[in-house]
Each structure stands twice: as C-alpha cells, then as structure tokens.
Design a protein around this ligand. Structure first.
Ligand code: MN
Length: 247
C-alpha cells in the first residue's frame, strides 16, 4: 500500500470503520476537521469521494442531495435532540444500543445519522468485484456461495416495504442478511434482528428515484459495482478482533 492509499484509509476509512465503536464526534472532529475549533456533537464526515465519483452507477445529483440535504438534516436533528437530552457526549453507537430509552425522534435521526456514515464508507469509485480473504470464506460458509449471498441481499433489499435498509450483519458469529424499516440499525436494542453491521444499502426512494425512478431492482444491481469490499472486510476483521473470542 502506498503512502497516499494509507492516508486515505487512515483518515477517511477509519472514521467510518470505527464509527460503531468509538465516539464518532471524537474521531471525526480530531481526524477530519483538523484546524477547526473543538466542538461537541456528531459531525457529518466529509464524503470519501466526489459527488460524481460513483457515476454511472449512482448519479451525482442524487449523491449531492443525499449528502447535503438528507444526511445533513439527520445529523443536525440528532445533535439538537442529543443536546436537549444531555447525551451529546455519548458515542452514537451507545445511544443507539439503548435507543428504546429515548424519544422516537432519536431512533429516526440517530439512525439516519449513523446509517449514512456507514453507507458512504461502504461504497467507493474503485469498488465492485468480489470480496476476498476471511470475509469471502465466511460468506461461502454461511451462504454457500457469493452468488447465493447476493441473491439473499437483493431479496432483502427488494422486500423492504416503504423506506428502509438492507444489511449484511454478524449475528452469533454467523453472517446473515436482514432488513430494517425507516432508519433503524441492527445495533439498536429495538432491532428485530440485532447484529454487527458489515454492509448496508439505503433503499429509501431518495437514494435512487431520480436515476432509477420506481425501478429499485436496477439500483440494487448498480450498487454491486461500487461496494467497497475492502472496507467491508475490515469491518469483519474488526468484529473478529472485538467479539469473536468466546462467541
Ligand atoms: Mn438515505
């Protein structure tokens, strides 16, 4: 790995990679907003690529609106709520893990904040192809093949009624495909199927309607071309390091 790649992964990838373990505000404010004043709260990290970088699979205008409007709005509201509730110093992961204790708006906006942090990092202009290494081994173990995994993930993404997300998670040491409604996240204590997220796909209409209109299946097919398997593999390695012992 050359120095530039290392820096890119170190500064941009790490923030999202550890988003579900570390205080996101700390990582983001120290690593990504260097030079800015100390601040509290949840920072919307810079996108790790340009708005048009995922063309032709995800169009530039969708990326721009998704990041500058939708994600920015979740981030702003989550900060407001967390400040009002006196929990703004807590890591996002910790708030979501006990989200049933808080008003519904924390579930929606906290989920919206963290889900998009993960989602941006799970895509790359140099993404696509197949996973490798221990991640591929686990996919083959738990789904029989990469093709079978893709079919299961596509089925989950297509079957979300209304707005939600499709996920690849680790649950009880096994990889599973699941889906959540609205901005729910498998890390939440209210999740039907809790687990550690490795890969996610936003299937809200705002994520694809301008390019694909009602054809969600086309958007899902396009997504495979930009999946950042290197990042997903790092998340799996991180899960193993943190939780696999005795799991
Ligand atoms: Mn979205």
């Amino acid at each position: 790995m050359d120095k530039r790649s290392f820096l890119k992964i170190g500064l941009l990838g790490a923030a999202g990679l550890f988003a579900s373990f570390l205080p996101v505000k700390g990582v983001a404010s120290r690593m990504l907003r260097k030079g800015s004043r100390r601040r509290t709260g949840f920072v919307q990290q810079d996108l790790p690529y340009a708005f048009n970088a995922l063309e032709p699979y995800i169009d530039s205008l969708t990326m721009e609106l998704h990041y500058t409007q939708h994600h920015a709005s979740y981030t702003k509201k989550f900060n407001q709520l967390a400040t009002e509730l006196g929990i703004v110093e807590k890591p996002a992961r910790e708030i979501l893990a006990h989200v049933s204790l808080y008003p519904e708006a924390v579930r929606n906006n906290g989920g919206g904040y963290l889900n998009h942090v993960l989602f941006w990092n799970m895509m790359s202009p140099t993404g696509g192809g197949n996973p490798s290494g221990i991640l591929l081994d686990a996919i083959n173990r738990d789904f029989k093949s990469f093709d079978a995994f893709q079919s299961a993930f596509e089925m989950a993404a297509k079957s979300v009624f209304g707005s939600g997300w499709a996920w690849l998670i680790v649950k009880d040491g096994r990889l599973r495909v699941t889906a959540t409604r609205n901005q729910d996240n498998p890390l939440m204590d209210v999740a039907d199927e809790p687990g550690f997220p490795l890969l996610c796909l936003d299937v809200w209409e705002h994520a694809y309607y301008m390019k694909n209109q009602n054809r969600r299946a086309d958007y899902i097919s396009d997504f495979w071309h930009v999946v950042n398997w290197e990042y997903v593999g790092k998340r799996y390695a991180l899960w193993q390091k943190k939780f696999a012992t005795g799991a």
